[in-house]
Unconditional design. Sequence first.
Length: 63
Amino acid sequence: MTLIAGTVVALTFLFGFGNVLTLALRLGVPVWVAPLVAPAVDLSVGGLLIAIRSLSLRGAPAE
């Protein structure tokens, strides 16, 4: 299960990075700023997935 979660995080990062980078450039974000914005979005999604997995491994209640 942890390997699958890691794979999902990696694929999310790769796919999302390209999409957010393209969106930022289309919205007129400067070229040197767009690559900095894209990982911030992807890392927040990855962090949420890792946190959920970590909590479930430690037996945290569903609430």
